[in-house]
Structure formats: C-alpha cells, structure tokens
Design a protein around this ligand. Structure first.
Ligand SMILES: [Zn+2]
Length: 220
C-alpha cells in the first residue's frame, strides 16, 4: 500500500488506518471492550526497550496498543498466558533466556485455545514463515512447517466447531517458493473452521476478512 516493503514497521500512511480500522478498532466500534480482545504473542524485554527508544512499533503491536490492549511480556510467557513468536519456546530459550520453560507445540495450541475461551477475539501472529522465506533455508523451512503442523493439529483438536471459529490466513506468500528471496504474489490460503465459517465462503482477498469477521461478530 505504501509502494514498497517496510518490514514489520508501519509506514506513516498506514498508521491512521491501523489506529482506526484494525480488527481491534472495528470490534471495539461494534461494542466489544478491551477485555474481550486478546493479542497472544509474548515479546521479550529488549523488544520493548527498542520500541520505546525508537518510538517504533510493529504493525500488530501498534494496532494492539492503539486499541488499548496490553502487550504480553516474558513474565506472561513464563506464567503460561502468552505464546512466543516461535510457538514452541526453543528460540527464546536458546537466544534470550535459557530459564524460560520449554513449551511444546501441543501445549502452545492448548494455551492459545484457553486464551480464546477467555476472550471474544484472540489473535496470534506467526512470522517465521516470512523470515525463513527471505533466508531461503530449506532445513529451517521444514522445521517451521512441522511446528505449524503440530500447532494446527492441536488447535483443531481443541476447537469446538459448534461455538468456536478458527481463522488462519497470511498477508503474502514467501516460504512456498524458496527459489526466490522475496515475497511472492501467489494466492494465500484462508482457512475458516467452525461456527460462522460459511460467511467467508465468498472472501476473495485478505481485505474481506476483517469486515466479514466484524459483521459476523456484531450479529452475536
Ligand atoms: Zn517479508
């Protein structure tokens, strides 16, 4: 939208849109309150230090903060109420803090489901598929696909399709073609499973997801 790739940080032209039209902002407009909404990702202390120093937040952390949603810290990850960027805590333990308890993909799935039960809407952002797509590393790609397989399998076993809705999508391709370093223009999947999933049958692009979701949730 801003004409080039700005990494995870929003361009100045996207900021008002993120503030006023993010899924969080629209759900609040539809009558939900901050406590109904969750952003499941945990961020390490150094992320917060850099963000405050540079006054620069990533797209998802920016939109969560603007909606008044607290970001989760390492303490929340340790307490079992948030999920690390890697889903399992492998990288966190290796690179940041060896004392952080291990979390399997199955446990992370259970944790995300619990967060989902405690809120009306819960978001988890996974971006290692993008990072590794840029790195063009086949071994790492296999690892993250395995992590996602187990995580999704766990989620599907917990989701009650008569009352829960699981939505999975992406903003662009990358990992599916390791022969190029950049994002791809391939179509991305939209997976809608459970209560209200039919509403997404006509969705043609990522731009359809938030409006359809908000409309669906406003009816409840
Ligand atoms: Zn990227």
């Amino acid at each position: 939208m801003a004409g080039r790739h700005y990494g995870p940080f929003p361009h100045s032209t996207s900021k008002p849109i993120l503030k006023e039209q993010s899924v969080y902002a629209r759900l609040k407009e539809a009558g939900y309150v901050v406590d109904d909404l969750a952003f499941a990702n945990a961020y390490p202390q150094r992320f917060f230090v850099h963000a405050w120093e540079r006054k620069r937040w990533t797209v998802t952390t920016y939109m969560a903060r603007k909606a008044g949603i607290d970001l989760h810290s390492s303490n929340d990850l340790r307490a079992g109420i948030a999920i690390s960027a890697g889903i399992n805590n492998h990288v966190w333990r290796n690179r940041l803090d060896p004392s952080m308890p291990s979390v399997s993909e199955e446990e992370a799935a259970q944790r995300f489901h619990e967060i989902g039960q405690q809120h009306v809407f819960s978001l988890f952002e996974y971006y290692l598929t993008d990072k590794i797509g840029h790195e063009q590393d086949f071994g790492k790609a296999e690892d993250v696909l395995h992590t996602l397989d187990v995580f999704f399998e766990g989620l599907l076993s917990h989701v009650d399709p008569s009352r829960d809705l699981l939505l999975i999508s992406s903003d662009h391709g990358n990992l599916e073609d390791l022969s190029i370093k950049t994002h791809t223009r391939n179509p991305v999947p939209l997976i809608a499973y459970g209560s209200g999933a039919d509403a997404f049958r006509e969705s043609k692009s990522l731009l359809d997801v938030t409006p359809t979701l908000v409309e669906l949730m406003a009816q409840r």
